[in-house]
Design a protein around this ligand. Structure first.
Ligand SMILES: C[S@@+](CC[C@H](N)C(=O)[O-])C[C@H]1O[C@@H](n2cnc3c(N)ncnc32)[C@H](O)[C@@H]1O
Length: 256
């Protein structure tokens, strides 16, 4: 006999999709190394802005009852659970790191959300869903880890229904000179040093983040990202810098 949760899921258009075999990547190694303590240290290292940024992102979602949402790079399912807390409907969380997903699954079960939040392992670059499956697609801190941001946005847009909403949250580099100076000092010195006693995995993250964000923002500044969204079927893109530009939220609607 099927359980209530299995019954709830049986009509899901994503249920029958086989997981794509996942080749190990740098990002998987990086996040597998910090998964059990991810939520705590992500908050501490962002001066407790991690959750407010996430809440702002979710507050921009135009969700209707029964909508199906894809949370790409769900990690420990924080965004997926934030959506579930504020909207009904179902959320599929996808991530490359098995250990992040395991931590996410524990959190989802603890909050009794496992009937509405489904977690699967996969890569953003090749999503295991048919065209136009989701009403909303959201991704957080993804594009620095993919080789071709343009092709990845195209793939995310592919699985979005016409008229559906795409949203993202990424780190940014503040523009104002004095904030930029503080940002540089924090990323070049403070974070690498303060993560040494935490763990080897967090020290690796602490050394990696600054150069990774700086490099990505040079290659793909916000206006270039907005152009990529437009070229891939999301014509009107809004952007909102948060915390003096240390994070950027973008959202837009796919053309019909
Ligand atoms: C900084 S964490 C963010 C987790 C979560 N979105 C949050 O806001 O807490 C980035 C996540 O992206 C995942 N990731 C990186 N590259 C990926 C890819 N190409 N496909 C799927 N997941 C990826 C990592 O495994 C990691 O869990």
């Amino acid at each position: 006999m099927k359980t209530k949760k299995e019954e709830d899921r049986k009509d899901s258009p994503v249920e029958s999709q086989p997981a794509v075999p996942v080749r190990r990547t740098f990002a998987q190694d990086l996040f597998d190394g910090v998964a059990p303590s991810y939520d705590t240290w992500a908050q501490v290292l962002t001066f407790f802005q991690y959750l407010p940024w996430r809440r702002f992102l979710v507050s921009q979602m135009a969700l209707r009852p029964g909508n199906l949402v894809l949370d790409v790079c769900t990690g420990t399912a924080g965004v997926a659970m934030e959506i579930a807390d504020h909207h009904d409907g179902r959320i599929v969380g996808l991530d490359a790191s098995q250990l992040m997903l395991q931590a996410g699954l524990r959190a989802v079960e603890k909050k009794n959300l496992d009937g509405r939040v489904q977690l699967i392992q996969g890569r953003a670059e090749r999503l295991p869903f048919p065209d136009g499956t989701f009403d909303v697609v959201v991704f957080t801190y993804l594009l620095r880890y993919v080789q071709d941001p343009d092709a990845t946005i195209r793939e995310l847009s592919r699985v979005l229904k016409p008229g559906g909403e795409l949203l993202s949250l990424e780190f940014g580099v503040p523009e104002a000179l004095w904030v930029r100076a503080l940002w540089e000092a924090y990323n070049r010195v403070v974070m690498p040093v303060m993560t040494i006693p935490v763990s080897r995995g967090w020290h690796r993250v602490g050394c990696f983040l600054g150069p990774s964000i700086r490099d990505f923002c040079q290659r793909c500044p916000v206006d270039r990202l907005a152009a990529i969204w437009r070229d891939n079927g999301i014509p009107l893109v809004e952007t909102r810098p948060l915390f003096k530009g240390a994070a950027i939220v973008m959202w837009g609607t796919k053309g019909r």
